[in-house]
Design a protein around this ligand. Structure first.
Ligand SMILES: NC(=O)c1ccc[n+]([C@@H]2O[C@H](COP(=O)([O-])OP(=O)(O)OC[C@H]3O[C@@H](n4cnc5c(N)ncnc54)[C@H](OP(=O)(O)O)[C@@H]3O)[C@@H](O)[C@H]2O)c1
Length: 380
């Protein structure tokens, strides 16, 4: 691992109400059996996956730490991280974009007190920030509170070094393990069709630079951090990433495309997957939003109701089922739900130890609510 000094010398949604729907996570959890084991990654020899593998199937996402949807206090985020840590979580994902630096500052402050070798940290590149004295709150922004900064997209080699260096300053830590190229994707509202032009900049700049940084030992792994499949497939064609953060693409609500196109392609290239937004930004925990928008498609609301009815019948908590479902495929090396409170973080950790009856998954398949070829979580 390169020291910070060396690093420096090398450096060239909408608003949503936080309405928690208790009906979705009601008392049914009480009837569930808890196991001593959490869902683990199978040994490397079992699969021919050579991509970067995280120590455990479960991590913590940093969107909530950036004040997504509502303001969360420093204390609430610290307690959420503490609850996750005490529950055994050792992988944390953040980004300069999450609250324009706030998530990195908060996560860094918590992790500062830990031994560096005891946890894995990922952050992202693609946006470079600078202070903005004229910053004005935009009520439609996903991030709440004062941001006091502005950014420009930069997927060049220099942009990567600059962004990583800035992240280290905000985090107050000496190293980052994984770097994801963030939001270089057709669903990025600032890019749309033009995402391929940004991709071209990344192909020539960010991607070879990240490979170089991996070879230099500065980072352990890199990949795309996106909410669509295409940029991941394209990156694997033109570069040699070893891990991908795929968000919103594999959940109980929608997963066929990831299952049939993304996972086989990653397996072929020995690239592992971190599954982001496993609750569809809280939808599967009962929130009134779907994938960062409060414009929820009717078909998803209807599907959630059907899932809920079967979950209640089998005395299964839907959020628990959602998290385990995301973790089940062998290629998924970690699932990283976000949490804005200690209670949420602890509940999510507990979910990974909860035994769900096989009959539940079978009924979901029979009712065509999940794909027949979707791996079923196994926990005993
Ligand atoms: N392009 C990318 O690279 C990308 C995109 C998306 C996500 N990600 C990563 O994936 C992580 C997870 O995504 P996410 O945090 O946006 O969405 P998520 O994990 O699907 O949902 C998180 C939200 O669900 C609610 N929640 C979580 N646990 C709960 C519990 N036990 N009980 C009740 N509600 C609960 C909370 O909402 P409230 O805070 O409102 O209570 C929380 O903020 C992110 O944090 C980020 O690290 C990456």
């Amino acid at each position: 691992m390169l020291s910070r000094r060396n690093f420096i010398s090398k450096a060239a949604l909408t608003t949503a109400a936080a309405t928690f729907a208790p009906a979705l996570t009601s008392a049914i959890g009480a009837a569930q059996r808890s196991s001593d084991t959490t869902i683990q990654n199978s040994p490397l020899s079992e699969k021919t996956l050579l991509g970067y593998r995280l120590p455990a199937k479960f991590g913590l996402g940093g969107v909530a730490a950036g004040n997504a949807f509502h303001i969360n206090s420093n204390e609430a985020i610290e307690k959420a991280m503490e609850a996750a840590w005490n529950g055994g979580v050792r992988y944390f994902d953040t980004s300069p974009f999450y609250g324009y630096g706030l998530s990195e500052r908060r996560m860094g402050l918590f992790l500062y007190g830990k031994n560096r070798e005891d946890y894995i940290l990922s952050t992202k590149i693609g946006r470079v920030f600078e202070p903005d004295p004229n910053f004005k709150v935009n009520p439609n922004d996903i991030w709440k509170g004062k941001l006091n900064a502005k950014f420009k997209y930069d997927y060049s080699a220099q942009g990567v070094r600059k962004s990583v260096e800035d992240s280290l300053q905000r985090l107050g830590l000496s190293s980052i393990d994984i770097v994801f190229i963030h939001d270089l994707s057709p669903d990025n509202g600032n890019m749309g069709e033009k995402w391929t032009e940004y991709f071209e900049q990344a192909r020539k700049g960010a991607m070879p630079e990240l490979t170089k940084m991996r070879e230099e030992g500065i980072i352990k792994a890199w990949g795309m951090g996106v909410n669509r499949i295409e940029p991941i497939l394209k990156a694997m064609e033109v570069a040699d990433p070893n891990i991908m953060l795929s968000a919103t693409q594999y959940s109980l609500i929608e997963h066929e495309d990831a299952l049939n196109r993304l996972f086989p392609a990653c397996e072929k290239k020995n690239v592992t997957i971190v599954s982001g937004a496993p609750l569809n930004s809280g939808f599967l925990a009962g929130k009134d939003r779907y994938n960062y928008s409060n414009n929820i498609p009717e078909k998803h609301l209807a599907k959630r109701q059907k899932l809920m009815a079967i979950a209640t019948k089998h005395q299964v908590d839907l959020r628990t089922a959602a998290l385990q479902f995301c973790a089940a495929p062998a290629i998924v090396t970690s699932v990283i739900p976000g949490a804005s409170s200690a209670q949420q973080a602890a509940a999510n950790v507990a979910s990974m130890k909860t035994v769900i009856p096989k009959a539940f998954w079978q009924e979901l398949k029979k009712e065509k609510l999940i794909a027949n070829n979707a791996p079923e979580p196994k926990i005993a």
